[in-house]
Write a protein that binds this ligand. Structure first.
Ligand code: ADP
Ligand code: MG
Length: 275
């Protein structure tokens, strides 16, 4: 199936990095919340079978009868999957462990890489005609792997946002990820761009963190956002309360950093769209 042009709205950003524990889910939840707080209409699509983004946004497992699994196998439309959250203007398409089986189920289908892209496009086409939600941002939380789920995210996305943890070996694996982006661009989605790299879990008391920042900036230049997300215990506590850190502790350094990241992303979007 040929890749038709992506609609201009919503802006679809895939949060991807095949390393686990680098801050993809935390960034999806809290960047999504910050964008919604600024007035954007945001949908988070949980494409990780672990469902941490869904849990962290307070969607309990019992209320996930319809999930992104049903969306990808073509048994449900986006509007049937989406749940509201406690944050105004922020919705989530939750996931369940069923997603683990999706890859096998759709492997033989020729449109297997475009399932998410089509679900979003269908939704937007309907949202215009009925009273559906017109999202301005869709953030896709990817699993820690370059599998078919991540490929679905990358072929649905205008751009990729890469969280990198401020730790030794931060850059390791990045070239493989960038190669995948290049392959997806050539074969599936010519519009895919790199939105930016966000450094996460920065620890100011640790020299290593600053060295990593310098190294990543030296290698990746302007691709790295000015905003750095600090290591902040409030960020790690919030999910167990089913809340984004902005609802759990608005004044925390973590909340304030995600608000800055949101405005930086909106600025970058304006420049990308003007170009
Ligand atoms: P990923 O989705 O890439 O696997 P997560 O977002 O789940 O990574 O983050 C991994 C762990 O690190 C989680 O327990 C999360 O709460 C914690 N964490 C993420 N970002 C921060 C931060 N800035 N400060 C403190 N803990 C964080
Ligand atoms: Mg995750």
């Amino acid at each position: 199936p040929a890749a038709s042009r992506l609609p201009r709205l919503p802006r679809v950003l895939a949060l991807a990095n095949q390393k686990g524990g680098v801050g993809k889910t935390t960034t999806a939840i809290n960047l999504g919340t910050a964008l919604a707080a600024i007035g954007e209409e945001v949908l988070i699509v949980d494409l990780d079978p672990q469902g941490n983004a869904s849990t962290g946004l307070g969607i309990d497992r019992r209320s996930r009868q319809v999930s992104t699994y049903d969306l990808l196998i073509g048994e449900a439309r986006l509007a049937e999957v989406v749940k509201e959250t406690a944050v105004p203007r922020l919705s989530v398409a939750p996931s369940t462990l069923d997603l683990l089986g999706v890859e096998l189920e759709i492997a033989a289908q020729s449109d297997r890489a475009f399932r998410l892209r089509r679900a979003i496009a269908d939704h937007m086409a309907r949202a215009e005609s009925i009273r559906g939600r017109n999202y301005t941002y869709v953030l896709v939380d990817c699993p820690p792997s370059l599998n078919l789920l991540t490929i679905n995210a990358l072929s649905a996305a205008h751009s990729i946002l890469v969280p990198l943890q401020c730790e030794f070996f931060a850059l390791e694996g990045l070239s493989q990820l960038l190669q995948t982006v290049e392959q997806v661009r050539r074969a599936l989605n010519p519009e895919l761009s790199i939105h930016g790299i966000v450094l996460t879990m920065f620890d100011g008391r640790n020299n290593l963190s600053s060295e990593v920042v310098a190294e990543v900036r030296a290698n990746m230049g302007d691709a790295v956002y000015d905003t750095i997300i600090p290591r902040n215990v409030r960020i790690s506590e919030a999910p167990s309360h089913g809340k984004p850190v902005l609802l759990y502790d608005f004044k925390s350094t973590g909340s304030q950093a995600y608000l800055r990241l949101a405005s930086e992303i909106i600025q970058r979007e304006k420049r990308l769209r003007a170009a």
